[in-house]
Design a protein around this ligand. Structure first.
Ligand code: LER
Ligand code: MN
Length: 281
């Protein structure tokens, strides 16, 4: 298993080089570069990565409110200027990913803001979901082909309803991935905890498409700091023979991440090793 972490989590804390030095010391294998190509000097980062023997698994798309420009990134907007800019955004990220030697980029589906919905229990009907899924298919086909030119696979990530309601479950993502050649799925434990019935079922049903995992606890802290059952998740991943990255995606509200990133990584590694021992015994 390869253990990675999203650099977006550290973006506001310190220069990238300092984060890389710490993560390498703590035992991470790889990073996910944040998808802000105009802010990243990819060749400089590549030099630092080499000196710390860290690799890049891919790029985290900065969709939605995680970035000040996120609102512009709406692949399902009804405004063609916005959709074209959003597709160009993915292409710019693919170019950066390619320079960094990464092989994946996540896509999350946003459309225009829905007026008049209950923002607390935001859900859309199955018919509306299918309408947006059908709209997503040709876009994802175009972008997946472009990604393949760079040796990169796009992975569709369901988010939770409070972020965007168009693709919120493994089932939603699979329904699109089945219609797009070479599109994979990324499952994120934080979002799954809100939207899925069972972690185990969501993982098992995704086995043909699952290429990447984001790990965070139910409060977006590192695993082991709240109450998601990572043992069940890791057992389910082992049962489907998952061999992709486990990439941590924590929120780090203050600069003191050293204990959390080390504790969370060791916590997950310990559980994974226990499962490995019990399956090989
Ligand atoms: C956002 O909540 C998220 O999970 C990210 O992976 C989006 O790129
Ligand atoms: Mn995620």
């Amino acid at each position: 298993m390869k253990y990675a972490i999203t650099l977006a989590s550290f973006r506001k804390i310190e220069p990238i080089e300092d984060t890389l030095a710490m993560l390498a010391k703590q035992g991470y294998d790889a990073i996910e570069m944040f998808g802000e190509p105009s802010e990243v000097d990819a060749r400089k980062v590549l030099d630092s990565l080499k000196s710390y023997s860290l690799s890049v698994c891919g790029v985290t798309g900065m969709w939605g409110s995680i970035s000040s420009d996120g609102w512009k990134r709406r692949l399902l907007s009804s405004d063609p200027v916005i959709t074209q800019a959003s597709e160009q955004y993915v292409i710019d990220c693919l170019k950066m990913c390619n320079i960094l030697g990464g092989h994946e980029m996540n896509v999350c589906l946003f459309a225009d803001d829905i007026q008049g919905v209950d923002r607390t229990h935001r859900i859309i009907s199955a018919n509306e979901k299918e309408h947006f899924a059908a709209k997503a298919v040709p876009i994802m086909r175009r972008l997946s082909r472009k990604a393949a030119d760079y040796g990169i696979q796009l992975v569709l990530e369901p988010l939770n309803r409070y972020s965007t309601p168009y693709c919120t479950t493994a089932k939603d993502a699979i329904s699109i991935a089945q219609r797009v050649e070479s599109l994979g799925v990324l499952l994120d434990t934080f979002h799954m905890n809100i939207e899925e019935d069972l972690f185990k079922d969501a993982i098992q049903s995704s086995h043909k498409f699952l290429r990447h995992m984001h790990f965070a606890d139910n409060n977006r802290k590192m695993p082991g700091f709240a109450h998601i059952d990572f043992s069940t998740i890791l057992r389910s991943l082992s049962e489907i023979g998952y061999d992709g990255c486990i990439s941590f995606e924590p929120n780090i509200p203050d600069g003191n991440y050293e204990h959390a990133t080390k504790y969370g990584l060791d916590f997950v590694k310990r559980i994974a090793e226990l499962h490995d021992k019990s399956t090989s015994a």
